[in-house]
Design a protein around this ligand. Sequence first.
Ligand SMILES: N[C@@H](CCC(=O)N[C@@H](CS)C(=O)NCC(=O)O)C(=O)O
Length: 209
Amino acid sequence: MADITFYTNPMLRAQIVRWMLEEVGEPYDMVQLDYGASMKAPDYLAINPMGKVPAIVHAGKTVTEAAAICAYLADAFPTANLAPPPDRRADYYRWLFFAAGPVEAAVTNKALGFVMPEGRERMAGYGTFDQTMDALESAISGPAWICGDQFTAVDVYAGAQVDWGLAFGTMPSRPAFEAYAARLRGRPAYQRQKELDNALIAKMQEGSQ
Ligand SMILES: N[C@@H](CCC(=O)N[C@@H](CS)C(=O)NCC(=O)O)C(=O)O
């Protein structure tokens, strides 16, 4: 039995954590849940009271929230080199929290058709969708990664949002987003994640026919 248990359904946000686990390179056990019964069953609600995936249990500790899991794994396995040293984490924290808060809210609200009441942008942490996209673009426009030359957990989390946003048309196709996504898609861990999750999705779809 591995030290990490990964709770997933391969369709959506849990893919972010699978990618992070593949970047870390430690063994993990996987528990696949369905959106109906098992994700809302008492056993799993004891792990994540939201009844949502992803979650991990590592060495007896539970972590939920994809961004928190990415940051946690980077710290728990420092030899993977997926977090900057503590005194050089300004960009790392800044954009990790920006992606988990404003970006997530702006993209979800837009995809769901929520229209900001006129003049209420100041009340929303993300201001407007366009402002949020402009700020995100400023973070990912360098030649390499958000923290400079070092690829880190923030590239997995924010990067997954850009990758999915472009794939599903929920983010604008700007040249900087496309170039960043192309760099991410070249990573072996990204490719392993896609292979593993796509195989699970194909199996689920076979089962439902
Ligand atoms: N804020 C959570 C969101 C997790 C989330 O919304 N997961 C969705 C899948 S993408 C889910 O499990 N939905 C099932 C449900 O709500 O029943 C995170 O970032 O981990």
